[in-house]
Design a binder for this molecule. Sequence first.
Ligand code: NAP
Ligand code: FE
Length: 382
Amino acid sequence: MECSFFMPTRVFFGKNCVEKNGTEFKRLGKSALIVTGQRSASASGALADVTGVLKDLAIKFEVYNGILPNPDIENVREAAEHAKRMKADMIIGIGGGSPMDAAKSVAMLSVNELDDVSLFSGPYKEWALPVIAIPTTSGTGSEVTPYSILTDNRNMTKKNLCHDSLFPRAALLDPRYTEGLSYEITLNTAVDALSHSVESALSKKATSSSLMVAMESLKALGPCLLNMRPDKPIEPDAREKLLYGSMLAGMAIAQTGTTAVHAMGYCLTFFKGIEHGKANGMLLVEYLRYVKPVNQSTIHHIVSSLGLSNFEELESLIHRLMPPTLCLDEKEMDMFARQAVHAKSVENTNPVPGYADIVSIYKNSFDKLAVSHESTIPSRRC
Ligand code: NAP
Ligand code: FE
């Protein structure tokens, strides 16, 4: 048996974990740039908790609150200039996956001169500045991964920056920060976490240890997903489990990467403005049908970890949560498949899909709704 597992992030999970673990900030630097989105870092209370601790510890800080959902290269370059100007020696990312991923790219760009190609490929002369990640959504698991996903407008796609130094040095997860999330964002992000665990378990790179983490994540996510209804409030206990499950799903993809679902979903986000988790969720059933013939026992394990009895129950759960309400015409499917087939994560899929398989997954996902309509490629809804 061969096995490896690398997860160098110190994790602190629980109510008031920011105040309780101020020493983590002290350990990592003297001057912090806090990177956030426009509203939620302060609305969730996370920003006030962090700045309170930094003031108590006499750590200098400034806030950059201009990160947009699905941040692009220009967005993180601007924040990195801010970090350089103030001579930051650590970056604190507060928010959903977008600000946390942006914080990682800022940490890399603050100490390396990188053009838009070498930003993703390296070589990186210097290790990124230390990052502390504080999630306010329960989905991406970015607080425990070495990935920073950026929108590359010139190449009309989303790309993955990956380096060991991008693993946050510390992740502080307080479920209270997620209590103000709307039903829709909670659902989209929870389905992203589901997708991470499912893809990780089915990845060619899965090992017994990554599989164990992915299944534990599904056990935490399953009851919450089964209970989710638009008219039903999400209780604090469920919020806690969603955050825990998404963190474990992040640890799983940190080992295995994602697979074709994410590669295909990026096109739906870039060209159609579909939120990241929703894009994955709308493709998940057809992806599972594609990989099922060679992954029967892992799929059985996924089904039982979620608390379901059979594959049909899994299909109907995903369809209930994420009905594929999107129209794609033939031209779009062709273009998206040509792009997705070259993504690195496709190689992790078992079996590796070719162009025709990817077209089929798009087609089968959206066929019932596909009508011939005027395409607006390339345009973003968001
Ligand atoms: P997001 O883009 O970070 O945030 C979506 C929306 O939710 C934003 O409008 C945000 O507001 C709001 N929001 C965040 N926290 C909130 C809270 N507590 N209460 C109310 N609203 C809140 O969404 P995400 O799904 O978490 O992240 C998606 C990004 O992560 C994508 O770019 C995706 O590619 C990436 N991703 C990364 C990894 C990884 O391993 N690094 C894995 C999967 C996905 P504000 O703008 O005000 O913050
Ligand atoms: Fe994701």
